[in-house]
Write a protein that binds this ligand. Sequence first.
Ligand SMILES: [Zn+2]
Length: 429
Amino acid sequence: MSNDLSATQQRLLAAHVAYCAKRSPFYRAMFAELGSDAAAIDSYAALEQLPFTTKAHVEGNEEAFLCVDAGEIADICMTSGTSGTPVAFAQSRADMRRLARNEELAMRCAGITSADRVLIAATLDRCFMAGIAYYSGLQQIGATTIRAGANSLVAVAQLLKTLRPSAVVGVPTFLLKLAEYMAGDGAAAALMPVQRLICIGEPVRRADLSLAPLGEQLEQLWQAQVYATYASTEMATTFCDCQHGCGGHVAEELMVVEIIDEHGRRVSDNTPGEVVATPLQVSAMPLLRFRTGDIAALQRQPCSCGRSSWRLGPILGRREQMLKYHGTTLYPPAIFAVLQQIDAVDSYYIEVYDDFALSDRIKVVVGSDEPTLSAAAVAERIAAAVRVKPQVEIAAAAQVRARVYPAHKRKPQQFFDYRRQRRLEGHTA
Ligand SMILES: [Zn+2]
């Protein structure tokens, strides 16, 4: 692939690679082993010569990635640990300024200005990077912040009614519950002055960039525009929709992104693959070609908003959750999106087996107490939408809920992988 980076990005990439090679014990060793000259990595094409960094490299080995003295560390962020052990990411003072700049660019992309009052309905403490990023980015813009935090529906609804924000930052499923709660409390979300919902942590768009049922419901209930975002602690960078909702804009000065196939080769534009991130200008724990495990596609044609930056499509799923079915590949969220549209469906999960050589056996278990709901009808709806017809089983709502929401887990468990082959690959990745 040709060199497609802007001149600024090329300069920042070269500086970043040189910094890693000089200051990071892990990358110093990597370059020594490769016997290659870090100075030669100054283009998008050259970047492809470097090996990937995975979560397994960093996990329990944080010291080897640290490039600054203890006195320079301003804050420590922990990854959520959704897929493995939480990793501690030290942030220098410069990294904290970078984080604020990153979120400033993301929020500006979503149309936030100094005139906005933005309610942050997300965790602000617990060593999470996201909360402090939203807060500092909004402060940088000059907007008013309302730090609701990870609070109850009652408390957030009360803040909405009394402080009347013009935008809300939150997890889509929480924003949905909030609107439903407010309707029951006699204060429709649609009547609030909220114009923008900055959606974090969960995708709200389909692969074709149209709004998924969850995103549509939010726009309708709130009478506000939905903005999708994608970010992670390792990337320390946010991809955020502009008003045209055609993928998260990549802040050129902060990130070089690649999309790769199963064999680690770059794929062409608009083709889904694994997101590989090289976050620029990070000083405490910089990374090169970090494999995120998230699946999305990259678009490079100019956007109607006038920005020429690349855009990353919605996250379609996790690499290790890829389903193969008679030549079709898909990810569990595509099936979840269909189930979300069926009123009689209360809860659901997917089990996957590899007892056939070339095709996975996909079992969808739907929780419903509605006697008219038939497994065949659900299977047909899924087949019509995603061209894969799984085995569907209907069970009592309470029974499915018990499996999806175990007491000791923070997030719902909706995917159970019984494939022996895939699990082995997952361990070695
Ligand atoms: Zn745009």
